[in-house]
Write a new protein. Sequence first.
Length: 381
Amino acid sequence: MVEDDDGRTPGLTAAGARPEPKQAWGALPWLVRAAVVWSACLVVVIIGLYLLGKVAVLLAPLAIALAVTLFLAALLDPVLLLLRRLRVPRALAALLSLLLLLGILVGVGAVVWNLTAAEFDELSRELGEGLQRSRDFVTTALPISDAQLDKIIGQVRSGIGGGFDLIGGARTAAEVVGSSLLALVLLFFLLKDGRSMWHWVLRRLTGPNQQVTAEAGRAGWRTLSAYSRGTMIIAAIDALGIGLALVLLGVPLALPLALITFLGGFIPIVGATVAGAVAVLVALAAKGPTTALLVLAAVIVVQQVEGNLLEPLIMKRQVQLHPAVILVVVTAGTLIAGIPGAFVSVPIAAVTYRVVDTVQRHRERLAAEKTGAPPPPPAPA
């Protein structure tokens, strides 16, 4: 065995042991060390996201009920505050706010159903004709045969829905009914005791934790309130603008299409796109390609006005998420809980972002006070 000048074997310590792990780790190239660390972090993140997704799927009905409850509470909060200023007792004010919501939902639903129930069969037929025209255009203009197109459509349907299951459909319907009832009960108690419960939580905290929690809670609630009221206003304006365009162009079923546009407005980007596509398909089937192009132009104009003028004006900067983030969040919500998940995913993401941003700004402000550096700019009001 070869020895060094001092009589020790290379690679061994004075006691004859192998090098310490820290020495062996330091002997590795920095690129290898960085790759190992980042790979380990990535594995931990993936496992965490997988476990979080499993929990979210198991608790999806409860999570959706809670999200809907918070959304409706933020929407009804001005009504509750108005009743409280009129000296109405808290429990009665919460009950009246809840009854007002139910009255509006039932009343609007009854009016819309009476006006459009007879037209939904025609809407289905018009959509079928529009899809058939689109299919004919695709098979004529592109090198795709009917069999290939059927195969592609079948793959998309199987990937999205996996077919209809009667037992699964009944279970989903039961979950929807149960979640709706749970949301109504929680909404009453949240309107009645929400502020006292929040103050109870704050009293259990002390020092800086109480301050940052109160600040983050106010920011999150303002964001949710701005989103709930702003989304409803923007959806109503979209439905009014597109519905008026359909009436002026003589497209049938303008009221059902306006209703679809209003509901689609609660799912950012995706909902408006789907609602606009439905309106264009109906116009194509009923009036031909020229009217369909005019409807498409009207949909684009209305949505551009909404995105570039109305949304910044109504939402301000409280609910500012990048379109790419919105698409990812809506897709994730849809995969986890279907259409209800798509409805609640964006407000959850917006509130989470605002809370995290508020906590970070609070920490930066405390650090600036300690070091004497200029404080960070205030959060959007």
